[in-house]
Write a protein that binds this ligand. Structure first.
Ligand code: NAP
Ligand code: ZN
Length: 349
C-alpha cells in the first residue's frame, strides 16, 4: 500500500486539514503520478461540505490534477517516468458498455469511478482526490499534457475546461452561432475562452458589474448583467445555446427567454437545491432544458490539444494548500480570478 499525505476532512462541518491515507500499489496497468498542481473546483467545496448529500468521509477533494509520472506498471503503454500528465474527474469505468465504447466514460452505464468520493476498486474505501502528494491511476484515465503548456494554469482544464468544451461541441458552438455563458467563475471563464476560440459570437451573462471588462478581455463579444431586466430584454429570443455554470440557486426563466425557438439551455452548474424552471418559456418556443457532465477521455485529450494549439489555459491564482479553506470562502463570494491552482510543493512545507 502507498502511504499518501494531503488535505481533507472527516465530516461536513470540519475545515480541510492535513491527512494521511492509503492508495493501492501500482498495478500492471497503473501510472503513479507525483501531483504538482491541483485546481480548486466549486464541486470540491460542495462535496467536502456534503451539500449534495452523498459524501463519504474521509474526503480528500481535487479533480484538476497535473503532475509527473514517477512509476509505471508492466503493461503500461504510452506513458513513461518523467512525462507530464493530467487526471480529471474520473479514474475508472466499466469500459465495455455502449457509453464507454463511444468514449463517453462519464456516462458509463454501471457508473464511473470518480477521482474522489467513489469506491476504490482494489483496496476499497473512498477514492481520494488531488489535494495530495501522489495518485495511482489506470493508464486509460491518464491524459497527456502537450509540451509547452504552463502546468499550474493547465490543471483547471481537466474539469472546468472539459465541462464547457463538451457541451459547446455537442450543441455545435461555432461560426454563425450565438452562445451565452452564464456566470464568470472557474467554469464560466473557460466557457467564454472556448466558445470564442470555436468562433461563436459569445455573450457573457454575469451578476457582477466588476467582471464586465474581464469578460470582454477573455473573449466575450457582449456582456449582459443578468440582474438588469432592461438589458436582458434586448437579447430576448436571440441566442442559439446557453451554458449555465452558476453554483447557487438562481432564476432560470429569464435565461430561457433569451433562447431562440428550438434552442437549448444546458445546465452544468450543480446547485445544492433543486432549481425552479417554469414551463411556459419552454412550451412557447419549443425550447429545451438539458444537462451535461464533464467529458470522456478522448474528448478531454482533444480539448487539451485544442487548448495547446490556441495557447488557451485558465486564468489562475496560485495558492499553497494551507490556504484552501480561505480559498473556499473567497469562491463563495465570487472572489476568484478565475481559478485557484494549488501548488502541491507546499504540502512539504
Ligand atoms: P465558481 O468558480 O464558484 O463560479 C460560479 C459562478 O456563478 C460565480 O463566479 C458567479 O458568477 C456565479 N454565481 C455565484 N452565485 C450566484 C448567484 N447566487 N446567482 C447568480 N450567479 C451566481 O464555480 P465553478 O467551479 O465554476 O463551478 C460552477 C458549478 O458547476 C458548481 O455548482 C460545480 O459543482 C458545477 N460543476 C459541474 C460540472 C459538470 O460536469 N456538470 C463540472 C464541474 C463543476 P458571476 O459573478 O459572473 O455572476
Ligand atoms: Zn470540477
Amino acid at each position: 500500500m502507498l502511504i499518501c499525505t494531503g488535505f481533507g476532512n472527516n465530516d461536513a462541518k470540519s475545515p480541510l486539514a492535513p491527512i494521511s491515507f492509503n492508495r493501492r500499489d501500482v498495478g500492471a496497468r497503473d501510472v503513479q503520478i507525483e501531483i504538482l498542481f491541483c485546481g480548486v473546483c466549486h464541486s470540491d467545496l460542495h462535496f467536502a461540505r456534503n451539500e449534495w448529500g452523498f459524501t463519504e468521509y474521509p474526503c480528500v477533494p481535487g479533480h484538476e490534477i497535473v503532475g509527473k509520472v514517477t512509476q509505471v506498471g508492466a503493461a503500461v503503454k504510452g506513458f513513461k517516468v518523467g512525462d507530464n500528465v493530467g487526471v480529471g474527474c474520473l479514474v475508472d469505468s466499466c469500459q465495455t458498455c455502449a457509453s464507454c465504447k463511444e468514449g463517453l466514460e462519464q456516462y458509463c452505464e454501471t457508473g464511473m469511478t470518480m477521482t474522489y468520493g467513489s469506491t476504490e476498486k482494489v483496496i476499497g474505501g473512498p477514492t481520494f482526490g488531488g489535494y495530495s502528494n501522489q495518485i495511482v491511476v489506470d493508464q486509460a484515465f491518464v491524459l497527456r499534457i502537450p509540451a509547452g503548456m504552463d502546468l499550474a494554469a493547465t490543471a483547471p482544464l481537466l474539469c472546468a475546461g472539459i465541462t464547457l468544451y463538451s457541451p459547446l461541441r455537442h450543441w455545435g458552438a461555432g461560426p454563425g452561432k450565438k452562445v451565452g455563458i452564464v456566470g464568470l467563475g472557474g467554469l464560466g471563464h473557460m466557457g467564454v475562452k472556448l466558445s470564442h476560440a470555436m468562433g461563436a459570437h459569445t455573450v457573457l451573462l454575469t451578476t457582477s458589474p466588476s467582471k464586465v471588462a474581464d469578460g470582454k478581455r477573455l473573449g466575450a463579444d457582449d456582456v449582459i448583467l443578468s440582474n438588469n431586466e432592461e438589458m436582458m430584454g434586448k437579447y430576448a429570443a436571440s441566442l442559439d445555446l446557453i451554458i449555465d455554470t452558476v453554483a447557487a440557486d438562481h432564476k432560470i426563466k429569464p435565461l430561457l427567454n433569451l433562447l431562440k425557438r428550438d434552442a437549448t439551455l444546458v445546465q452544468v452548474g450543480a446547485p445544492e437545491k433543486p432549481l425552479s424552471i417554469g414551463v411556459f418559456p419552454l412550451l412557447m418556443k419549443r425550447r429545451r432544458f438539458a444537462g451535461s457532465a464533464i467529458g470522456g477521455l478522448r474528448e478531454t485529450q482533444e480539448m487539451l490539444d485544442f487548448c495547446a494549439e490556441r495557447k488557451i489555459t485558465a486564468d489562475i491564482e496560485i495558492i499553497p494548500i494551507q490556504k484552501i479553506n480561505e480559498a473556499y470562502e473567497r469562491m463563495l463570494k465570487s472572489d476568484v480570478k478565475y481559478r485557484f491552482s494549488i501548488d502541491m510543493a507546499s504540502l512539504k512545507a
